[in-house]
Design a protein around this ligand. Structure first.
Ligand SMILES: Cc1cc2nc3c(=O)[nH]c(=O)nc-3n(C[C@H](O)[C@H](O)[C@H](O)COP(=O)(O)OP(=O)(O)OC[C@H]3O[C@@H](n4cnc5c(N)ncnc54)[C@H](O)[C@@H]3O)c2cc1C
Length: 389
């Protein structure tokens, strides 16, 4: 980390965002809509090595609401798919969750990572108060009334720096924010399949022998996206690409008929990243820089967007200095407990599913049957599935 020289001209802005992924781009758009001048740091994503390019997000209605307010949903809608029913299977038990059961229009909307980021980047080109600095900063210094970022000898000052730079956050490291992680000893294998039968907007999930397998509908009525969390798939098996479609069709009792792999498989190790501090002086973390969760509920990005919605409200009140101590304290107070609750709830569910004890497995199937027969519990689950509004 090289300290810029004092003679360097400094660009000043209320807000600097580090991170060129979905949360960074959305933060820039949200701040710009409030009229805040933004410096947005990070190179354009070309080829992600962590498999995110192959990901499809199940966006909650609250997230879709934000995209509508930002004026970008109309560009995404044609390539999205609304999920109107979820089928959850465990052993011989099955629970159906429908949007109409809970009086909502849809449970979630599926979009691809690439499409979402392209639309956000396109929209940002026309937002005047956003200046893109298409490189990673290499210097950060917190001063009492601002943070100084440095890139190649140039300096940039901001009242608030947002760390939206993902699970390996550079900002988090520079700010000295401690973190820990729980390794799930599982990989998420992501793939897309062409299906024999149209999916009809149905998302299906199987809790099975410690694995969690989800098939999620895509914009093409005969394509689904798979997220298979498992510790037992032999990723190095030479014939995995050739056999996976039949394996999954078999494990899902041909729910969508015969399957054909589209493209290739990607795999990422699953970890829950935790921190007790979301902020440091004039610095705030959000998105995966602040927390990661098991993908069993498709919650990760939605959780980051809830961080942003909280910040958006705070910025309305602290427009003249979004990085001041009271603004950051409000963010910590409003988000920390909520994030921990989601993280530990999903963690508990994951432990419940992977535990091998036969009595507990029988109990879990009994629980599924109770849920299947109780409208009120089903509605509660739907509200959890679609996230808070
Ligand atoms: C298998 C799987 C399936 C998932 N499915 C869902 C789902 O259905 N729904 C859902 O809500 N969530 C889902 N998630 C979670 C979701 O992918 C993440 O929560 C989300 O991508 C986090 O976005 P982010 O922008 O915070 O971080 P990232 O996507 O990691 O983006 C960080 C960005 O910052 C850039 N960057 C890194 N370092 C720097 C630096 N020093 N300077 C500037 N830029 C930098 C990176 O290049 C990257 O572009 C899933 C996760 C997994 C593993």
């Amino acid at each position: 980390m090289s300290r810029p020289t004092a003679a360097d001209p400094t660009v000043t802005s209320p807000l600097a965002i580090v991170g060129s992924g979905v949360i960074g781009a959305l933060s820039a758009l949200t701040a710009a809509q409030l009229g805040l001048k933004v410096l947005w740091f990070g190179p354009a994503e070309v080829d992600r090595t962590d498999g995110a390019d192959a990901r499809n997000y199940a966006l909650s209605p609250a997230t879709v609401g934000l995209l509508k307010r930002l004026g970008v949903w109309s560009a995404l809608e044609a390539n999205s798919c609304t999920v109107t029913r979820m089928e959850v299977f465990s052993g011989a038990s099955r629970v159906d969750l429908t949007a109409s059961d809970s009086g909502v229009e849809f449970l979630s909307a599926m979009v691809t990572h690439r499409n979402l980021l392209d639309v956000l980047e396109q929209a940002l080109k026309f937002r005047a108060p956003v200046t893109r600095v298409p490189v990673r900063p290499n210097y950060l210094e917190a001063l009492p009334d601002r943070v100084r970022l440095g890139v190649d000898g140039k300096t940039f000052d901001a009242q608030l720096v947002l760390g939206a730079d993902g699970a390996r956050s550079w900002v988090r490291g520079q700010a000295g924010i401690l973190w820990g992680q729980r390794d799930y000893s599982q990989n998420a294998i992501v793939a897309a399949f062409h299906t024999e039968f149209p999916h009809g907007g149905v998302a299906a999930q199987w809790f099975d022998r410690g694995d969690i397998l989800a098939l999620l509908p895509l914009a093409d009525p005969q394509q689904v996206s798979m997220v298979w969390s498992s510790s037992r798939v032999d990723l190095l098996a030479p014939d995995l690409n050739a056999t996976i479609a039949d394996q999954i069709a078999d494990r899902t009792a041909m729910r969508f008929g015969r399957l054909r792999l589209v493209g290739s498989l990607t795999s990422s190790p699953l970890r829950m990243l935790l921190t007790d501090e979301l902020t440091a002086p004039r610095i705030a973390l959000l998105g995966d820089a602040a927390h990661t969760v098991h993908p069993l509920a498709g919650y990760g990005l939605n959780l980051g967007i809830q961080d942003l919605l909280c910040l958006e409200n705070i910025w309305k009140e602290y427009r003249s200095d979004p990085g001041n101590g009271s603004a950051l304290a409000a963010y910590r107070r409003q988000r920390l407990r909520r994030i921990k609750t989601v993280q530990w709830s999903l963690d508990l569910l994951q432990r419940w599913v992977v535990q091998p004890h036969p009595t507990l497995q029988r109990l879990s199937q009994l629980g599924m049957r109770v849920v299947a027969n109780t409208g009120l519990l089903r509605q509660l689950l739907i509200r959890q599935a679609i996230g808070p509004s």
